[in-house]
Design a binder for this molecule. Structure first.
Ligand code: GLN
Length: 518
């Protein structure tokens, strides 16, 4: 089945159907309690997550205790933040003290970090209730969550399809109404691509805009945590909670966070120059994706934006450059998983040497994609090849940055489809790494340049009835522009659709035909 036929029942007052901003207001006004809201979401997870498999770990007890604390603070008249008491799903690549952090890998099985990532700490300080940790491709390497050592997540729009990756668990949790807020991380598209294929909103902040402290590194020069939600305003409010300078991250930017919340409330695009990237479209793009993309650009024009065409000729080299830079950094970052410090240890019989234990553990603990990238990265960095591969890729990176600089001289934001196609079927590309990598064609340039980018839902493809995302890219530190465009689209499209896109999603009750592993 591909097109949703039965609109999900929208029981008014059902906390799992409400926006985060609405829930927080109801909690602050005493119309409901954070405990009640949290319970409703835990019940929802209980009801649907066997089919969706968005979560790797749910900590109901701790979530209810955090919620009770918010309710106590409210009763005592203490000030509450704008998202206090609202539940959230956390990608299992960020540490949350005491909770398992697996990164979707067997090698970290059993590891419970003793500290909170800065992002996690800011969520807790804001009174946001962390429900649990969400599924992802192993160490965030992938576009489908099929590389998770714990089995794939299923797209709530069609359980036989991928929810995107690597952050498919966070996006699916939103689309299945298991949480109104989620955190993802984006190294080459892992926030934006899952958002696109699930009909949700995902934002990759400017590199250095959110802290990487406590984020298990994939590629340090590309990774960036970011907010995900079902509405533009909810995403902006979450962005404001997690963003801002962190002295514990040496690449964190010490500058004021742009006013993303005001931008999301305004949605004013009058006079905004919107650049359509010529190279991100055409051959290889599904007709339905291109159609929805063009219609959205027309809507922006109707809302007063000035549409221009820009050319970024070096984007065609971005994908190969990324697949040299990322494995190089990853091979170095993953060297620390050596059986001595974290998680799994295999073959330690008291006789085997440390080297043998390390080798046996890495052999057993890493999946095929992780091994592939470690080997690629080690090769690209080895003496004699370094200049030919890693060095060349870094030069391409500079050319991509220059393309952006030229484009941003002519446009305030750039737009493209987020992904060339809608969600493909589970199993369809898992044995074909190159086909899998092609998903990231549109999203990778922004990571290489470190600017801000987002994906917003722009409808269902007429080809298959599945969600289509529009990518917006803004210059570094102009994250607010993403929200301006997102809010304008949400407003115009909401009028057309008569409500949010996700109101049309079917209930994820049927058993997926691809078995969920435990
Ligand atoms: N799909 C991309 C990859 O496999 C992006 C990953 C990410 O953003 N974490 O590298």
């Amino acid at each position: 089945m591909s097109a949703p036929t039965t609109p999900a029942a929208t029981a008014t007052g059902d906390p799992t159907r409400r926006t985060a901003v609405d829930l927080a207001a109801a909690i602050a006004a005493g119309e409901t309690s954070a405990v009640e809201v949290t319970r409703a979401h835990l019940d929802r997870i209980e009801a649907v997550d066997e089919a969706v498999h968005a979560f790797l770990h749910v900590d109901g007890e701790r979530a209810l205790a955090s919620a009770a604390e918010v309710d106590r603070r409210r009763a005592d008249g203490e000030p509450l933040g704008p998202l206090a008491g609202v539940p959230l799903a956390l990608k299992d690549v960020l540490t949350y003290a005491g909770a398992p952090t697996t990164c979707g890998s067997k090698i970290l099985e059993g590891w419970r970090p003793p500290y909170n990532a800065t992002v996690t700490q800011r969520l807790l300080d804001a009174g946001i209730v962390i429900l649990g940790k969400t599924n992802l491709d192993e160490f965030a390497m992938g576009s489908s969550t099929e590389n998770s050592a714990y089995g794939p997540t299923h797209n709530p729009w069609d359980l036989d399809r991928i929810p995107g990756g690597s952050g498919g668990g966070s996006a699916a949790a939103l689309a299945a109404f298991e949480a109104p807020l989620a955190i993802g991380t984006d190294t080459g598209g892992s926030i934006r691509q899952p958002a696109a294929v699930t009909g949700t909103v995902g934002v990759k902040p400017t590199y250095g805009g959110t802290s990487r402290y406590g984020l298990v590194a994939l590629a340090s020069s590309l990774d960036q945590p970011g907010p995900c939600a079902r509405s533009v305003l909810d995403t902006a409010l979450l962005h404001a909670v997690i963003a801002g300078h962190d002295p514990r991250d040496s690449t964190s930017i010490d500058a004021p966070v742009p006013d993303v919340v005001a931008a999301a409330r305004s949605g004013d695009v009058a006079g905004l120059r919107v650049g359509v990237v010529r190279e991100l479209g055409g051959e290889g793009y599904a007709p339905g994706v291109e159609q929805r993309f063009r219609e959205s650009v027309d809507l922006l024009a109707a809302a007063g934006a000035e549409i221009v065409e820009v050319s970024c000729p070096h984007f065609r080299y971005a994908l190969p450059a990324y697949y040299l830079i990322l494995p190089s950094e990853a091979s170095s970052n993953l060297a620390k998983f050596d059986a001595m410090r974290f998680g799994l240890r295999v073959g330690d019989d008291g006789v085997a040497s440390a080297e043998q234990v390390m080798a046996a553990t890495r052999e057993a603990g890493f999946g095929a994609e992780v091994k592939r990238r470690i080997i690629l990265g080690t090769y690209a960095l080895s003496s004699g090849y370094y200049d030919a591969y890693y060095g060349q890729a870094q030069k391409v990176r500079t050319l991509v940055i220059r393309d952006f600089e030229n484009a941003f001289a002519a446009a305030d934001v750039l737009v493209s489809p987020t992904t060339p196609t809608t969600a493909f079927r589970l199993g369809e590309r898992v044995d074909d790494p190159l086909a899998m990598y092609a998903n990231d064609l549109c999203t990778i340039p922004s990571n290489l340049a470190g600017n801000a980018s987002a994906s917003f839902p722009v409808g269902l493809s007429p080809d298959d009835g599945l969600p289509v995302g529009l990518q917006v890219i803004a210059p570094p530190l102009a994250d607010d522009r993403l929200y301006r465009v997102g809010a304008a689209l949400e407003r115009a499209l909401g009028e057309q659709w008569g409500g949010p896109l996700l109101d049309r999603i079917p209930e994820p009750t049927a058993r997926p035909s691809v078995e969920v592993q435990a």
